[in-house]
Design a protein around this ligand. Structure first.
Ligand code: TMO
Length: 315
């Protein structure tokens, strides 16, 4: 009888242990989005995990598609979750237990409407949003019927709701790829044409172009949920994006259980504003490929990533 029980227990335990060991060696699928720093720093993370013996795979995904992938374990790791564009979805996924918050980078972020400085000469009062409202016609384009055109990125933002809530005579034009924003910016700068477009920091743009973010009414969470809040009592979104936004890492809910050591490393990784801007500039200013940029970044930040790996786990 005794033997019998012990024997049965072995049948239960051995496969459990082996499964654990086998699963460890499944690849960690790292999400690549469509802006530069995210791609370069995801590749750096992949290198670090590979150096510790993990298999990694990179998978292209849009921000909107990635949440379902993370929830179902089809994707496992996202290195840059930005508060300004992703907090709603991220908080919802974490609160419903489908995604795990793997910690906050030291970087402070901002994602907002932005213009190059020469626009101030023709639109006095900027960066205040009311000045932008008065100058709307300056930003009109063919086909916009006199309305100002705001060039938006391919990331979901309730810009139309904000335009309505702040009663701006603007319409939005969303580009298909992040890089198209810089095509628009370059063309406008060359002809000194007024332009207002989506931009963010940390990014490489600030090292190349002088410009500022529009100062909309200060962000508060109630602005997005309570119509009575703010300058327009009928509509939500009568405010700007957060100014000192967070930047987080997100993982599949089973990540820690499956790859505890990798989880420890991911949690330790913390990027500063400079480190993120540097990663973006290697590609968008210096013209390196993402992979070359990741290599150069690792060469120039050795002591930093070594500290992330140090004593992270025993294998
Ligand atoms: C998510 N992004 C940094 C492009 O705003």
């Amino acid at each position: 009888m005794y033997y019998h029980r012990a024997f049965l227990l072995l049948f239960v335990l051995i496969p459990m242990i082996c499964n654990g060991a086998i699963n460890q060696h499944e690849p960690i699928k790292i999400i690549l989005n469509n802006w530069t720093s995210q791609i370069v720093l995801s590749q750096v993370t992949g290198e670090l995990l590979a150096s510790q013996g993990f298999k990694v795979e990179f998978v292209d995904s849009s921000v909107s598609d990635q949440w379902g992938g993370l929830a179902h374990g089809i994707l496992h790791l996202q290195m840059e979750v930005w508060e300004g564009t992703m907090s709603d979805k991220f908080n919802h996924m974490v609160n419903t237990g489908r995604v795990v918050d793997a910690g906050t980078h030291s970087a402070k972020t901002r994602e907002e409407w932005w213009y190059p400085s020469y626009v101030e000469k023709v639109c006095p009062g900027l960066p205040d949003w009311k000045a932008l409202g008065r100058c709307a016609a300056l930003f009109s384009r063919n086909g916009s019927q006199g309305k100002g055109v705001y060039i938006a990125g391919p990331w979901e933002k309730p810009d139309a709701a904000r335009i309505r809530a702040l009663n701006l005579n603007f319409t939005t034009l969303a580009v298909k790829k992040g890089d198209d924003l810089w095509v628009q910016l370059k063309a406008a700068v060359e002809s000194q044409m007024p332009i207002v477009l989506f931009n963010w920091t940390p990014n490489w743009v600030e090292s190349r172009y002088d410009g500022k973010f529009i100062e909309f009414p200060k962000y508060a969470p109630e602005c997005e949920t309570d119509p009575a809040w703010g300058v327009n009592s009928k509509f939500v979104y009568d405010c700007g994006n957060p100014k000192d936004g967070w930047l987080k890492k997100a993982v599949w809910a089973q990540f820690e259980k499956k790859w505890p050591c990798a989880f420890t490393i991911v949690k330790k990784i913390s990027l500063s504003n400079n480190q993120i801007a540097e990663a973006a500039a290697y590609v968008d200013v210096d013209g390196l490929s993402h992979t070359e940029a990741a290599k150069r970044w690792m060469l120039n930040n050795r002591s930093i990533w070594q500290s992330w790996l140090a004593a992270s786990c025993t294998k």
